[in-house]
Design a protein around this ligand. Structure first.
Ligand code: HEC
Ligand code: HEC
Length: 301
């Protein structure tokens, strides 16, 4: 009887977790990006809140304001418009605001972080998000999304300092991160981390961003990428998410014979014309157009 129960309950549990298989593949993807599970787990809600913190506009699939946020200081002329409405732009990827990584550079605003609200009541946090300083109306960020944001701030920030030192060096262990990278991230980012060209010019990769901004990468590993069907490691302990630096080819010869991006580059440029930075090889400017086409085509098999 016990065995029968087990046999019968396994598919049932799967069905409950998966829901009816009625959505087409792209609808599934859209549902993952802007939808919600019918019975959201706490880990899901925390990661959804983290994606809203990153960019509530991307997470909700809305364009957001074109104006500069009224609380953005006039003294910072490096950033203006839409980006100044992202929580991370004022409060930082390390949630420390001006006393952390945004204490200098193009996102310096002098605004404090959000670690002061850890453990606070959600309604109190929602009140702050909706106050006159912030100006996020319910039409901009609906109440359910504000609650997810508040839960993330109250219970989901984690202790970043356990993983990344203030200097930016990572207390990670490549022997433990490598297996995770190769078995999860590589499905989309490639074994060498170059399958997706990131950033405005598509010339950044997971490894290069992990070098310059490990706080951002840690946040995205834990919460996913808003507006994209990237996975989130929120269901695992924060140590698991210590950013993995994707390996870069170390020589022209290796770059020319390696998989993925470098092999593609062979089609459009000679390896010796590639740029080297931080030990990674990049296609020079003219090749980026082709990189774009390649991304559009989807594969380099
Ligand atoms: C343009 C800058 C700016 C943006 C963007 C911004 N904030 Fe703030 N935030 C502030 C300022 C300034 C304060 C401090 C207000 C004060 O001292 O009264 C603050 C304070 C807070 C606090 C209180 C922190 C504490 O320890 O008391 C929370 C929580 C908070 N913000 C959440 C958010 C969330 C969530 C978002 C995104 C939806 C966001 N903020 C976006 C400027 C910003
Ligand atoms: C299911 C596919 C998928 C998986 C698995 C995946 N990602 Fe992503 N990731 C994406 C997509 C899509 C983007 C957005 C690309 C774009 O903006 O063009 C992205 C973006 C990113 C970015 C954002 C860079 C930026 O600032 O724009 C980082 C960092 C990142 N991924 C790291 C990782 C890591 C580390 C893992 C493994 C833990 C991982 N990703 C797993 C699909 C995936």
């Amino acid at each position: 009887m016990a065995a029968m129960f087990k046999l019968a309950s396994l598919p049932l549990v799967l069905m409950l977790a998966l829901g009816p298989a009625t959505l087409a593949a792209d609808e599934h993807s859209a549902d993952y990006v802007t939808g919600a599970p019918r019975q959201p787990t706490k880990a899901w809600t925390l990661s959804a809140g983290g994606r809203l913190y990153d960019s509530w506009m991307e997470a909700l699939g809305v364009p957001g304001p074109k104006t500069t946020h009224p609380a953005w200081p006039a003294s910072n002329t490096k950033r203006r418009g839409n980006v100044t409405w992202r929580c991370k732009s004022c409060h930082g990827w390390d949630y420390l605001g001006a006393s952390g990584n945004y204490g200098a550079g193009p996102y310096f605003t002098g605004i404090p972080g959000v670690r002061g609200v850890i453990g606070k009541d959600l309604d109190e946090i929602i009140k702050i998000i909706s106050d006159d300083t912030h100006g996020y109306t319910d039409a901009m960020i609906p109440p359910t999304a504000k609650r997810r944001l508040a839960l993330f701030l109250s219970e989901g920030q984690g202790t970043v300092a356990d993983v990344i030192r203030p200097s930016g060096s990572i207390k990670g262990n490549a022997d433990r991160g490598g297996p995770i990278f190769q078995n999860t991230c590589a499905a989309c980012h490639g074994y060498d981390g170059r399958a997706l060209g990131l950033g405005r010019d598509h010339d950044e990769f997971v490894g290069t961003i992990a070098r310059t901004n490990p706080w951002e990468v840690l946040h995205k590993i834990r919460n996913g990428q808003p507006g994209q069907n990237m996975i989130s490691l929120r269901a695992f302990p924060i140590e698991v998410a210590a950013p993995t630096r994707a390996r870069c080819p170390t020589s022209d010869a290796e770059a020319a014979s390696a998989r993925g991006f470098p092999r593609f580059v062979q089609f459009v440029t000679k390896p010796e014309t590639m740029l080297q930075r931080d030990g990674c090889y990049y296609a020079p400017r003219p090749a980026r157009r082709h990189l774009h086409l390649w991304r559009g085509a989807g594969a380099v098999q």
